[in-house]
Write a protein that binds this ligand. Sequence first.
Ligand code: C5P
Length: 228
Amino acid sequence: MNVPVIAIDGPSGSGKGTLARLLAARLGWHLLDSGALYRLTALAALRRGVALDDAPTLARVAAELDVHFESDGSREGRILLDGVEVGAELRTETTGNAASCVASVPQVREALFERQRRFAVAPGLVADGRDMGTVVFPDAALKVYLDASAQVRAERRYKQLKEKGIGANLADLVAEIRARDERDMNRSVAPLRPAEDALMLDSSTIGIDAVLDQVMVWMRERLGEARH
Ligand code: C5P
């Protein structure tokens, strides 16, 4: 199997989800939103009343996760959990924080490992997460670590929430983002960190277009013109 993979890792709010989606669309490749798998595991656990520190049961929930991503390409499609569409609930702060808790359980990560690897299908995969370059796709053709300051990430989140008519407090958002980073970076298994061979990009002061342009330049250098 020699399917090219672009691994995009970084903290929440760095813009990596948007970057991954745009890249996949530009290249006509598949997209793996690995955070969604952790969020879905957390949702399934919450719905079944499983405690977020009950490792063996959480691992079983992850292994048996009945999830279907309706778009099989780069487009954002419906996500079905147990045959029922998951809506906005998937993207709430509550679900994100619960996902960060279940993601720190090694057996959960193990249970989701093969499922993530199966997304690597021709012509290529753009994989978005925290450990794509370090653990899941260590042989990725290109690894990008996209970062941004906690303040900038909180401001982006604040703006998003405001657009949806949801009130939020900026200082609280900064604190929440720092707490989530802390948990993601300091867990014992697959902590959030750049792979040794990752190319670093900071989106604090540049827009998504400039980020995408830079990654396309790296992509051509690594994979050559022939692929796109
Ligand atoms: O990226 P997103 O915010 O959807 O991820 C939710 C949570 O899932 C993250 O805070 C992180 O704890 C976890 N996650 C992970 N490994 C990944 C993707 C997400 O641990 N590859």
